[in-house]
Design a protein around this ligand. Sequence first.
Ligand code: ADP
Ligand code: MG
Length: 250
Amino acid sequence: MVRAEQVRKSYGPLEVLQGIDLEIATGEVVCLIGPSGSGKSTFLRCVNHLETIDAGRLWVGDEIVGYRQRGTKLHELSDREVCRRRTDIGMVFQHFNLFPHMTVLQNLMLAPVTVLKEDKEVVRARALALLERVGLAAKADAYPRSLSGGQQQRVAIARALTMQPKLMLFDEPTSALDPELVGDVLAVMKDLAQSGMTMLVVTHEIGFARDVADRVAFFDGGRIVECGPAAQVVTDPRHERTREFLAAVR
Ligand code: ADP
Ligand code: MG
């Protein structure tokens, strides 16, 4: 579903991604862990076409996102093409960014109806089923501000799923939540993983990474230092740097 080969990205003089190689198979769940500033969010943003890459090759599905050799501009997608492709990718951020003036159900229905031009009643039925799935059927007509952070994040996940994406990206979805609200959000993500969704998840929840991910990649300084089966990377890391990081976040 995703293939990155030697992906590089700089902001000015700072090379934030220094040659990332990573493959994610359909149905696979991969967690990205690592210290702040190591390039995890930037990598997700490249996968989701929010950033262009400077070098390397990156595919999502069968389609190439970027193909560049250093210093040359070999491949550029039109804005229209980027929009079309992004409809296949759901993204959930640390801050849920729900539309405050819309009800929960309206938040879910907006993009499929306006972007995909789907039939309203079809979308409504799907949205209500998704709210049921994330445990919030009773909140369809509520406004975001009346919900807890954890509930809002579950709405954000349901909203992304209403677009029927092929790939879901999560960038620290529980980092802004009070500790007692984290579990419900992780449970929804676990359910999604078990349903076969392809997921790329940046998280500091090491227990989640160990229990739910197929593989874990440890980022440090713009590189993947170590990548392997989740249980192995989390419980028996090969690299000293991974070990130090895990000891610090536990
Ligand atoms: P992580 O998600 O692992 O914490 P990021 O991918 O957000 O790391 O950031 C990696 C580095 O890139 C950081 O040093 C950050 O300050 C820098 N960075 C990220 N986005 C930008 C940007 N738009 N402009 C300049 N620097 C950026
Ligand atoms: Mg980040």
